[in-house]
Design a protein around this ligand. Structure first.
Ligand SMILES: [Zn+2]
Ligand SMILES: [Zn+2]
Length: 348
């Protein structure tokens, strides 16, 4: 089978590998579609996200869907032939944090396409049966690969503990931001606002129902966005602000735009070891900052939201590529070319 390995910054290589053997409880998937995530771009360009360093060769990709073509154990037999979305993190289930239910922060967790663990950019992959969530047959494989970022957005909303009537701001309208936005528009929030540096993303946000969108004219300016947020929230600040950017400035804008005693949910990954935090404002306003680590049993909800049409992914999944075009795909996502938001690599 073909496997696409990251071998150096901005460079992939296609190699032939044997189809994986199944260990106990594993199932074999014929990979159908792999979405490119902001975190993949950090690895592609720099080989690291903060202190998480990958060593080549490594197969990237953790947003995947595929069809189950082989199972080893009886309890997974019902999965055979099903199209599934795969939860890409495999915790140990034995440590203190797993036992307390926080399996997403398990220190022993293996993550597809992360340090020391090959990801999904290959024809076949073996994963634990429990990590496979069947999707309705009419959900296309590329859309099914977006169950993963949807699960992240669902977890972010969970952490925000929104109450009906509250106001919310989304900073960064990439794929996660645009899903968070839709969840907010569905949730009874009284005011929803969004900021992005790229105008085409605010246009998509508006098509999805956003009324208050802002594109700062000076891309370097934190103040311009904060001023706008202040105005839209009638000088008060937002009850909840979601940082869904991949920039340090996103956290600063989010913190400065939150009302006194409000909540900031940090979802985006700036890739830095240390980041900008306006501590004086955060302390004076006694803000709560919640850090979102991927997802915590949010795949079933994400699948329901996507398949019921409550969350629309068609305007977000803008580009499709073949496995041969993988470098082009990563370059385009890295450079935000051609109004790209989410791209998927589709095997068939
Ligand atoms: Zn991702
Ligand atoms: Zn654990």
């Amino acid at each position: 089978m073909k496997s696409i390995q990251w071998v150096a910054p901005r460079k992939f290589e296609v190699v032939e590998k044997a189809i994986p053997e199944l260990k106990k409880n594993d199932v074999l998937l014929k990979v159908e579609s792999v979405g490119i995530c902001g975190s993949d771009i950090h690895y592609y360009l720099e080989g690291r996200i903060g202190d998480q360093v990958i060593t080549p060769p490594l197969v990237l990709g953790h947003e995947l869907s595929g069809r189950i073509v082989r199972v080893k154990d009886k309890e997974n037999e019902l999965l055979l032939g099903k199209r599934v979305a795969v939860e890409p993190g495999f915790p140990c289930w034995h440590c203190e944090f797993c036992k307390k239910g926080h399996y997403n922060v398990c220190p022993n967790l293996k993550f597809l396409g992360g340090p020391g663990c090959d990801g999904a950019l290959m024809e076949y992959i073996s994963v634990p049966g429990w990590a496979c969530f069947p999707v309705p047959e009419d959900l296309s494989a590329p859309i099914a690969s977006m169950v993963e970022p949807t699960a992240v957005a669902v977890h972010a909303l969970e952490l925000a503990q929104m109450v009906p009537g509250e106001t919310a701001l989304v900073v960064g309208l990439g794929s996660i931001g645009l899903i968070v936005l839709q969840l907010l528009l569905n949730s009874g929030a009284s005011v929803v606002a969004g900021i992005d540096l790229l105008e085409y993303r605010t246009v998509v946000a508006q098509k999805l129902g956003l009324k208050n969108a802002f594109v700062p004219s000076n891309k370097e300016s934190i103040e311009e966005s904060v001023e706008w947020a202040k105005e839209v929230s009638s000088g008060r600040g937002f009850d909840v602000v979601f940082d869904c950017t991949n920039q340090s400035e996103g956290l600063a804008i989010s913190t400065c735009s939150t009302k006194p005693a409000g909540r900031v949910v940090l979802v985006g990954i700036s890739g830095k070891d240390y980041d900008l935090l306006p501590v004086s404002i955060a302390r004076r306003r006694e803000l709560t900052l919640k850090w979102c680590r991927r997802f915590l049993f949010n795949f079933p909800t994400a699948i329901t939201l996507v398949s019921s049409g409550k969350i629309s992914l068609d305007l977000i999944l803008t580009h499709h590529f073949t496995p041969e075009e993988v470098e082009t795909a990563f370059e385009m996502v890295a450079n935000n070319s051609d109004n790209i938001i989410k791209a998927s690599i589709d095997w068939d």
